[in-house]
Design a protein around this ligand. Sequence first.
Ligand SMILES: Nc1ncnc2c1ncn2[C@@H]1O[C@H](COP(=O)(O)OP(=O)(O)OP(=O)(O)O)[C@@H](O)[C@H]1O
Length: 801
Amino acid sequence: MASRNQNRAPRSPFTKKSSADEVPVDKRRRIETRKTDAQGSMGRPRPPLSVRQEAAPTSDIGSTEGSECASVEFTKEEVEALLNEKLKVKKFDHKGKADQLADYTKRLKLCIKWFQHVEEGHLLEEEKLRNALSSAEQKCTDTEVEMKNKVDELNAVSSKLREDIATLEKKVAKEESEKLDAITSHRREKEARDAAEKLQDSLSVELEKVREEKLVAEQRVASSEDLYNRAQEYNKSLQQYNSKLQSDLETTTESLKRVEDEKRTVVETLSNSRGHNKALQDQLTSLKASLDDALKQKESLVNELKCLRGELQQVRDDRVRHVREIQDLKDEVVKYKEYTGKSCAELDTLTRKSKAVEERCSSQRMQIDTLKHELEAANEKLKMADLSASETRTEFEENKRIVRELQDRLAEAELQILEGENLRKKLHNTILELKGNIRVFCRVRPLLPDDGNTTEAPVISYPTSTETLGRGIDLVQSGQKYPFTFDKVFHHETSQQDVFVEISQLVQSALDGYKVCIFAYGQTGSGKTYTMMGRPDAPEQKGLIPRSLEQIFQASQSLQAQGWKYRMQASMLEIYNENIRDLLCTSRSSGADLSRTENGVCGKQYTIKHDANGNTHVSDLTIVDVCSIKEISSLLQQAGNSRSVGKTQMNEQSSRSHFVFTLRISGMNENTEQQVQGVLNLIDLAGSERLSRSGATGERLKETQAINKSLSSLSDVIFSLAKKEDHVPFRNSKLTYLLQPCLGGDSKTLMVVNISPDASSVGESLCSLRFAARVNACEIGIPRRQTTTTRPPSDSRLSYG
Ligand SMILES: Nc1ncnc2c1ncn2[C@@H]1O[C@H](COP(=O)(O)OP(=O)(O)OP(=O)(O)O)[C@@H](O)[C@H]1O
C-alpha cells in the first residue's frame, strides 16, 4: 500500500473535506508519473503535484513562512505555474531580479515546506493505518486462536459427555438386563418353590401314609412278635410238659418195672409161701387177704397204669398234636418270620424311602431355604437395582439435561464460532482489501551456472531504507538505476515456504468464497514454473500450486467440524497461440491431436461462456472432482505429462503457453445452510520476451506476438477494471476472457513477477518490472468504508509510465 501512497499526489488538508464530500469514496485514483528521464536527479517516477493554494498574498509569504506553511495550500496548476514562472525584469535590473528571485525562492520554499508538511501528515496517517491494520490483524488472530481453543474445548467437553452418556446408557442397559434376569430368575425360583412346595405337600401326604402304614406294619410286627413269643413260650411250656411227661413216663416205667420186680418177688414169695402155704395158710389167708389187697392194689395200679398209659397216650397224642402244633406254629413263625422279613424289608425300603424322602424333603427344604435366601437377595438386589435404576435414571435425566444444556451451549458456541468465522472472513477480507485486491510481489531467482559471466557487477540491489525495506528493488541498466516498489520483494535466497506464507491468506479467501487469481509472470527462465510448481521431487521446494492445494484441503477438513462440506473440482488447461488445450483430456493419444488448429486441439471447440452467477464454462473441458491432495498430485502429474508431450512435439510449447489451473470450491454449511462458491486460479504465464530481442521469425514470431498481446491485454483489463471503465477489453485475449469473472470486483489478484538476476537479461527484467509496476498501480474494488483521507482527490487522473 505504501508503494501506492508513495506514488499518490499529496493532497491539501483543505481539500480533504470537500473532496471527500464530493467524490464517491470508492473511486480510488492513482497517479503515477514516469518522468524518469525528464526529472533527472530523482531517477524514479515522480508523482505530479496536485495542489491548490488558499488565497494567501504572495508578498506575505516570506514573513510568515513557518506558520503559514500549514495554512497555505497549493493547487497543481499553482505549483506548475510556480515551477514554470519566468522572471520579468529588465535586462540590467539586477536588484529587481534579485528581489524577484528572493521572492520566488521564498514561495518555492513555502511550497516545499507545505509539501513536506503534507507528506509528514501522510506518513503519520500511513503509520496510523499500519498500526490499525496490525492491531486488526492481531485481534483477528487472537479471535481465531480464541475461537479455535473454544471449539477444541467444547469438542473435548462434548466428546467426554458423549462418552459419559454412552457409558451411562450401557450401564442402564446392563442394569436393566440384570434386573430382567433377576426378575426371570425370581419368577423361575418362585415357580420352582411352588412346585417344590406342592411336591413337599404330596410327599408329606405320602409320608403320612407311609407312617400310618409303618405304624400298622409295626403293630402287626409287634402282634406277630407277641404271637411268636407266646408261641415260643407255649412251645417251651409244651416242651417242658413233654419232658415232664417223658420223665413221668420214665418214672412210671421204672415204677412199673419195680412193680413187676415186686410182682416177681411176690410171685416168688408166693411160691415160697405156698410151700409155706400151710404154714402159712394162716399166713395164706392173711396173705390171701394181703394178696387180695395186693391184687386190688395191682388192679388199681393196673388201672392206674392203664390210666397212666391212656394219659401217656393222651400226652403222647397231645405231644404229637403239640409237636404238630409247634410245627404249625414253627411254620407259622417261619411264615410270620418270612412275612415279618418281607414286612421288614418293605419297612426298610419304606423307611429308606421315607428317609430318602425326608432327606429329599430336607434338602428341598434347604434348597427352598437357599432359594428363599436367594429370592430375598434377589429381591434385595432388585430393590437395589430399582433404586440404582431410578438413581441412574435420575442421573441419566440429569446428564440428559446437562447434555441438553451443553448442546445448547455448543449450539450457542457454534453460533458464536460461526459469527466469529464470519467476522474472521470479514476481517480477513478487509485486511486483504486493505492490502489491496490487486497485489504484486517480485521474486528474484538465484544466479544459475548457465547464466554466464557472474563476475559483472550485480544488476539488482535492494534498497535498505525503512520505507522500502523488503518492498523495494533497484535495477541497474547501462549505469542507470531504476527503482521499483511492490507489495513484497523476495530476494534470491527466499525459500518456497516464505513465498507461500505471503500468499496463503489469498488461498484462504478462495475457501471463504472469493475468486482468486495468482499469476506468475516473467521472462523465460526467470523461475515462474519453479515458483508455481517447484520441484516435485524435493518437498521443501514444492511450489505455490501444491502448497495452496494442501492448505485448501487441510483448511476444508478443519472446517468440517463447523458443519462445512466442500466439493472441489479441478481443471487444467493451456493457452497456446490463443488456442485452448485440455491438459486432462485422456482421449489425446497421438501427435496428430496436438496439431494447432484454429479452434483448438483434439478437434474440440473449447468455447468459453460465462453464466449469470459469474461462473466460467469451457465446453468439452475435462473437470475432475477431487477429494484429496493425492488425487490432485496425480492430476498435476498427468497435466505435466501432457505439457511435456506438447513441449517435445510443439517447439517448447510449454514455456510458450499459459498454464491455467482452476479449482472450483463449492462449500455448504449444514448447520446454517450458508453457501460459498470460491475459485482459485493458479496461472503460470508464458515467458515474456521482447520482439526486438527474440529475433524470431515465422512461427516463433507469431508465438511471441500472441504472448505479448495476451499479456498486455491482461494489464489492460486490470487497468480498465481499476478505472471502472464501461468497456473492459476481456475479449482481447482468451486468457482474460477465461478469467473474466475472477478479475475485478471482490476478486483477489496476485501477480508474482519473476526476475532473472543475470546481466544479459537486464532488459527483459526491466520490461517485466515495468509491466508489474503498471499492474501494481491498480487497485480494484476497495469498499467505501475503507477510504481514507490519503486517497487521491476525485479529479485526479491515473497516469501510467
Ligand atoms: N528461486 C529459485 N531457486 C532455485 N532455482 C530456481 C529458482 N527459480 C528458478 N530456478 C531454476 O531456474 C531454472 C528456470 O526456472 P523455470 O523453469 O521455473 O523458469 P520459467 O520462468 O518457468 O521458464 P519458462 O518461461 O521457459 O517456462 C530452473 O532450473 C529452476 O529450477
